[in-house]
Design a protein around this ligand. Structure first.
Ligand code: H2U
Ligand code: ZN
Length: 344
């Protein structure tokens, strides 16, 4: 590893070992003067039940569907699916063409985390978060029997494009391996062939030894701001033992996952005294007929956009869109702030 002092002060690039992509880090810029807003936003009142919410129990949704009066979690097929189970096959016969296309099949579901309109995952008791973890695992198992990739995710907050504050997540399952997991699959496979060990398990061990980027840990899980984080307060949640897919998690590990998620999400909310927006999601070994994939280690990514306050976010524009991702505060500084926030 390069000299810590130099890394904390001078521009450098870091490699994302999971995707093979480089990122520009400019720590010296974090010291530049800032005159923007740093005030927390006033809290927004939300009722526990909203008559006009399409996710609240008993309410009508788009079309003719109506939600049952559910009391815990509730999963339904998205009324506006991005992929469809019965789409026609399309042959991609001319790989030399500049107009390639390939047919896709899949399905999309919505998961309501709670009947309560006014809660977020962070507000929910650990037992109720554990119920959400069970749904994530069960859905992955069920859809994974048919589909090659099951993407479980949550968009939280209007700034992340979330259309409704009712606590919910989504699942998109497809018969193809999308770009991002395809990259992670390739890098982990390459590492496995070169070293005979799993990339993320070796990475986890190294992060624990250094400790600088560890936010919190318990017996089964560790949360780190990854070495290659591109969002200011990005984190990675990794189980300690080899786990390829969510359904492989034991009951005790699901419960300790719920507990560490509660700690992480509470730390996020405290950081800028706001309900912290993010996109999060799970990556595990591909499903359907993939079978044993020892190079894969299950993990969750949290990608929150906030940079300095409840209203000042990081934009991935300009250089990021045209050249490569860039950040100012280092992953180590972000981890330190989250660690303090986690301690209350
Ligand atoms: P987001 O808020 O993360 O966009 O998720 C809401 C999803 O809910 C969105 O994908 C679906 C939208 O298609 N939806 C329904 O399935 N039925 C409805 O009645 C409204 C919204
Ligand atoms: Zn609601």
């Amino acid at each position: 590893m390069a000299d810590e002092q130099l890394l904390a002060q001078w521009p450098h690039r870091r490699l994302n070992a999971l995707t093979g992509e480089w990122l520009l880090v400019s720590p010296h810029r974090a010291r530049r003067p800032w005159q923007g807003q740093v005030e927390p936003l006033p809290p927004v009142y939300r009722p526990p039940y909203a008559a006009d919410c399409y996710l609240c129990p008993g309410n009508p949704r788009a079309g003719s569907a109506r939600n049952p009066r559910y009391t815990s979690t509730f999963v339904f097929t998205n009324d506006f699916q991005a992929v469809l189970p019965d789409a026609p096959a399309m042959a991609d016969e001319t790989p030399s063409s500049l107009f390639r296309a390939s047919g896709v099949r899949g399905t999309c579901r919505v998961i309501c985390f709670s009947p309560r309109h006014d809660l977020t995952l962070a507000d929910m008791p650990v037992e109720d978060i554990a119920a959400v973890v069970d749904v994530w695992a069960d859905q992955t198992a069920e859809l994974g029997r048919t589909y090659r990739w099951v993407q479980v995710f949550e968009n939280k907050g209007a700034t992340m494009g979330c259309s409704n504050p009712h606590p919910h997540g989504q699942i998109w399952a497809t018969d193809f391996l999308p770009t991002e997991p395809e990259r992670e699959d390739a890098r982990q496979r390459e590492y496995w062939h070169a070293n005979g060990t799993a990339l993320l398990l070796d990475y986890l061990q190294a992060e624990r030894a250094v400790d600088a980027r560890v936010v919190t840990q318990n017996d089964d899980w560790t949360v780190v701001v990854p070495w290659w984080a591109m969002w200011p307060f990005e984190t990675l949640v990794i189980p300690s033992r080899p786990v390829q897919r969510m359904p492989d998690l034991k009951p005790a590990e699901r419960r300790s996952l719920a507990a560490i998620l509660k700690t992480l999400l509470t730390a996020y909310d405290r950081l800028f005294a706001t309900s912290f927006p993010y996109t999060m999601g799970w990556h595990g070994a591909p499903t359907a007929d993939t079978g044993d994939a020892p190079h894969w280690q299950l993990h969750a990514h949290f990608y929150p956009p906030l940079l300095r306050s409840a209203t000042v976010r990081k934009f991935m524009v300009g250089y990021e869109m045209l050249s490569e991702p860039q950040r100012d505060i280092t992953a180590e500084q972000a981890a330190e702030r989250l660690r303090q926030s986690a301690q209350g």
